[in-house]
Design a binder for this molecule. Structure first.
Ligand SMILES: [Mg+2]
Length: 195
């Protein structure tokens, strides 16, 4: 279970600020795309994505994208961003996380991963020896496969929340909070609703 546990939980990528990343010694961020930065049906970065990426760049934090989605989706989304982006990454494979780190010139201690899924994103990051931030999915697919995956994530996140502070609201079983913070339990209640 240890390699499934994220190090931090936030309610949205926008809450993962340059100030926070700087405070944990992060100079390189590797991010998932689908349901982390944008829902599946959003083909291009929106203003929020661009503002956030700009703020990271301004703070000297280098970003790469690693997606399990296909070339067309990833090329379209990343075109014009000027950052490394990789498709068909087959997370939880470590391969493209390693490739992305090489592209950024990143070292494990200064690299943090950002994603919405435990069994692909968090696991890929942890077995690559880097820290992981877990976000709730922006908008989950309603397929049975995804519902089962989210159901299986629940005990992992319950354990995360026990480790990072029991009784703090915002967990799957608690009242919703907006704007997760480190170890807070975060605003992950959407996981509960899609089950
Ligand atoms: Mg995702």
């Amino acid at each position: 279970m240890k390699k499934l546990l994220p190090d931090y939980e936030f309610g949205s990528y926008a809450d993962v600020t340059p100030a926070f990343l700087g405070s944990i010694g992060c100079r390189f961020l590797i991010a998932d795309i689908d349901n982390t930065l944008a829902p599946y049906e959003q083909p291009l970065p929106d203003e929020g994505n661009l503002a956030w990426l700009g703020s990271l760049s301004g703070a000297g934090i280098s970003v790469a994208l690693v997606s399990n989605n296909g070339r067309e989706r990833v090329e379209l989304f990343s075109r014009g961003l000027g950052i490394p982006a990789f498709w068909d990454c087959r997370k939880p494979s470590r391969r493209f996380i390693r490739t992305a780190m090489e592209a950024l010139g990143a070292d494990p201690a200064s690299t943090v991963y950002l994603g919405d899924q435990i069994f692909t994103d968090v696991y890929a990051a942890k077995r690559s020896g880097i820290r992981a931030i877990k976000l709730p999915p922006i908008r989950d697919k309603k397929t049975l496969f995804f519902r089962i995956k989210r159901l299986l994530e629940r005990p992992v996140m319950r354990r995360y929340r026990r480790l990072h502070g029991a009784g703090i609201p915002g967990g799957t079983d608690g009242p919703e909070v907006t704007g997760g913070r480190e170890g807070s339990g975060g605003a992950d209640s959407r996981d509960g609703k899609c089950d």
